[in-house]
Design a protein around this ligand. Structure first.
Ligand SMILES: Cc1cn([C@H]2C[C@H](O)[C@@H](COP(=O)(O)OP(=O)(O)OP(=O)(O)O)O2)c(=O)[nH]c1=O
Length: 192
């Protein structure tokens, strides 16, 4: 139930984030992606990276929409201290899947909500994801599906890669791109 008349801006190009919000009855007044440079800094740790990028996305977009609620997020797949790329080509995706095969990794989503009076709230959520050991044939058929494109770590848990994941620990929606219980809490707690 919406209490504020301030507009709600989703600072994301991700259709997954739009669908997730819709699932809890939230439809943004505008979708305005930040479109910033997301290159990690030298030796930047995954948590620091997720916090920095989500904050930059939120700041860029809230500058364009004063007096609005702005939600931005960044989802990072991390193996230890290593940040996996958003897979842009088949080589990225193959490298990611080979690294994830047979082990656990972390998916971190850092959520930023900017309130209409310009206060910035941050919430980082971590989910541990277990991958089964992948056969080369499984990797190749997944590559053909193109489901990895633009996804952090080269897979999407909401698609065919679900067959590779026997267990997760933590929020499922966090892996897809927004942890819905946290987003709902942030919005309700800040007068939305
Ligand atoms: C691990 C994983 C990631 N993803 C997606 C969510 C995000 O869209 C993407 C991570 O990249 P992000 O940089 O978080 O998001 P984005 O580039 O898609 O959009 P924007 O920066 O404008 O908000 O990976 C899945 O859809 N499923 C998964 O299982």
């Amino acid at each position: 139930m919406r209490q504020s008349s301030a507009p709600f801006i989703l600072a994301s190009a991700s259709p997954r984030r739009r669908d997730l919000l819709k699932q809890i009855g939230i439809v943004p007044d505008h979708v305005d992606p930040a479109d910033i440079d997301e290159s990690p800094n030298n030796r930047e740790l995954p948590i620091d990276y997720a916090k920095r990028i989500s904050r930059e996305k939120a700041e860029v977009v809230s500058d364009r929409h004063k007096g609005a609620f702005v939600l931005a997020a960044d989802t990072v797949v991390a193996v230890g201290r290593r940040i996996l790329p958003k897979a842009e080509d088949e080589m990225d995706a193959r490298d990611c899947l080979a690294l994830l095969s047979g082990r656990r990794h972390k998916v971190l989503t850092c959520h930023i909500l900017v309130t209409p009076d310009g206060v910035l709230r941050q919430k980082l959520v971590q989910t541990s994801v277990k991958f089964k050991r992948l056969h080369q044939s499984e990797i190749e058929s997944y590559i053909k599906s193109m489901d990895w494109q633009g996804k952090a770590g080269g897979y999407a848990i909401q698609g065919g890669a679900a067959a590779f994941i026997p267990a997760i620990n933590g929020s499922y929606t966090n892996v897809v791109g927004l942890s819905l219980p946290e987003v709902a809490n942030m919005l309700v707690g800040n007068g939305f």
